[in-house]
Structure formats: structure tokens, C-alpha cells
Ligand binder design. Sequence first.
Ligand code: SF4
Length: 460
Amino acid sequence: MTETRKPKRAYVETYGCQMNISDGELMQGVLADGGYTIVTSPEEADVVLINTCAIREHAETRVLGRVSQLNGLKRERPEMVIGVTGCMAQRMGEKLLEDAPYVDLVMGPDGYRGLADTLSQLETRRAAPAARAGKRGPQLAVLDLSLGENYQGMEQRRGDQPTAWIPIQRGCDHRCTFCIVPYVRGPEKNRSALEVLGEVRGLAASGVTEVTLLGQTVNSYMWDDWTFPRLLSEVARVDGIRRVRFTSPHPNDVSPELVEVMALEPSVCEQLHLPAQSGNNRTLKRMSRRYTVESLLEKVDLVRTAVPDIALSTDIIVAFPGETDTEFRDTLDLMRTVRFDDAFTYKYSPRDGTPATRLPQEQFIDSDVAQARLAELIEVSRGIQGEINAAEVGRLEDVLIERAGRHPGQVLGRTRRNKVVVFDGDVARIGRYARVVLESTSGATFAGSEVEVPAMSGSA
Ligand code: SF4
């Protein structure tokens, strides 16, 4: 009698940015193709993969804590495989295997295509008599960054969310001096435009109406003679797609052509994330951002002239080594000048291997000063956000219902301008559009009421 092998069960837990979340879905796709059943908790899994972020020290510390917690499960089930994937795995490499000997696999982002094969290799090595006799199981590190790996043909295993994130580019050709991304994800690699369009068409056919194109500097995308504006406009014209967003653009590649597509294509949402990082030219230069405050403000004007109702968001880092108090105040001035709808704010976090860590030690800013600058920036940016949103109370908006709200009978969705709205509604309508009047704001999000008018950009 032949024994049927039970399918292996895999669990993927993701930390970090949207690109990482997308990579988590990609790994699930590779594992499902390799015969794994995807489960939703580590307790049920034979293979547990922790998909990590390396952008800040805090994120890494959190992951190390989580991995050590999983070791408790592994003590009960020694056959369980623990893998650490993603940017932190790439950054720490073999050192992670030494520091956490219960980790069986570290794998950087360019190893995902071979994930199922690598797990089989690990299984074979574990079954070898020498390994069975040893105290510490065999460990594998897959850390090559491959110029040829553009993730073509790899399918993400998406849930049934009404929106989809579509990676069109990975890696980055910039060398901002604070950033670890080019070292853990390699140079910029772009996916075929035809494959991206095929994916969008497939998603639209399955009922997805909103897509977000993803890349580290998404608007520098180039494939054959396809520029980003061309790809954006083609994606926006796919039947069934009602909303298109993209993130994160580099300010230097916010071109007149891109802005024209944003203005002309009805499906492209009135929203732009424009990572400024600092409002001081000396700091921008030392960060190697390759633009000035003046050129950034020109981009803001360009976009606001073409798309007057646009909502702008940004990223800001405070306390970059050497940042003086006056230079920090320039950043506050930039915030007050542009009046971003939203800001993601951070204290500088040194990442080994990045150029900024080699700046003279005396330039590194005391953590109390850094914390005070961050608190002041948050206060200013939240104040501006609150004023902008208070002025939007009363607007009638199309909202795509994304999920259940915190309270029973409530749903949560987003406007075209990416503002979050909570209102009374039935969860059965997740994925549908509603016409909602914004009635109040907490500062960052809105409460609203649905009105009986058909939604402009979708069926209610
Ligand atoms: S553009 Fe700069 S900050 Fe953005 S991913 Fe590339 S190196 Fe990092």
C-alpha cells in the first residue's frame, strides 16, 4: 500500500512596508505552487517564515524577539523549520544564524523564486545521518543579490481584498546616505510592462477595482520603451479598474508627463506621496537626495496646478547626523509651506553599512534632542492635518469599502484622496463603493454617513 504524504503546512508572517507585504504574498504563491498548504498561525505550521524589514533598528529588534518566541514552539516540535526572510535576513546574513541557532534558514529577497526547492534541500540535509546525530540542525543561507532576478512570472497569493498592490519594480539605484534598501534589495529591477498589465487585467476580471503600483522609486520605472507615465496610463485604462494609486515616487521623477497622466486619466486617484525627508538644503545634500527644497516646491506647484484637489503626503527624517536646530526648523517651515495632508515621521536610525554611519561620531544627535525634534514635528504635522481635514468636513466622497470597522455595524473605507472614513454599513458590501458625506474628523480619519446617491466611481 502506498503511503500518501501529508502536504506540508507553511505560515508567513510579514513585518514592514507594503513591498514586504507584497513579498509575503509572493512567498505564499511560491509555497502553494510547491505543494504547501498555507496556514494562518505558526502553531499549525511545519514551516514558519518571518518576513522582515531592516529599515530601522527598532523593527529588527522586534523581529529578533518574535523569532526567539517561536523557538518555544520549536522546542515542542523540533521538526519545525524557522526561516527569516527579507531585508533583515539579507542584512544580517550568517550572523543571524549564529546569533539565533534555532533559525534554520535565512533568505534575502532575491531567493524567493527558489524557496520551495531550498526548503526541500534543507529537509534532505536534516534527514542525513550526520545531521540527525548533531545537536544543531543544518542551516542554510540564501543571500545572493541577482541582477537578473526581476520576479517575472512569479504569482502572488492574494487574499480576497478589494484592492491589490502590484510590485512593478524592486531595488533602488539611488544611494541616499541613510538608507539600507540598495544594500539589501540591490539595484533597480523592473518587471515587464506586459506582465504587469496582464496581472491588472486578471485582477479586474476577478472583481478588484483598485490597484496600487509599487516600487522603491516607482516613477523611475522603465522597461523597454515603457516609461512610468505610459504604464500608469495603460493600467488606468484597464476595463473594470476604477482607481489607480502608486507609491513611492522619487520627487526627481515627478515629471510633467507623469503629472499630465495624473490629470487626464480619471482612474488615477488625486493622491501623491512625495517623500521630502528634510526641508533643509544642506541636510538634503548630505542625505544625497539630489534635489533642493526649491526644486521640491516646484514639483508641488506642478502637481497642484494640474490636479488642484490632490492630497499630498510625505516622509520626514529628523536628527540626521549633523542636523542643526536651525536646519530642523527649516523642515518645520517646509511642512507649513506645503501643508501635507499626511506625514510619516521618523528619527534617524543608523543602519550598518550605509554611508551616514561613517559620519564623524560627534555629529550623531543625542537621542533626547532627536526625540524632542520628532515630537515637535509630529505636533506640527498633526496640527496641519487636523486643519486640512476639518475643512473637508461636509464633502461628499466616493468611498471604496475595504473592511469592517472597529464597532459592529460599521465599515471602513478610503476616498480617492486616500482619506480613511468610518460609517454605518454592512460588511457584505466590502469591495463596493458608497457615496458618503464626511461629518466629522478625529484629525487623521473621518466619520461619515452614506447618502442615497449612486457612487460616481462604482456601484453602491
Ligand atoms: S530613493 Fe533613497 S530612500 Fe528611497 S529606497 Fe532608494 S536609497 Fe532608499
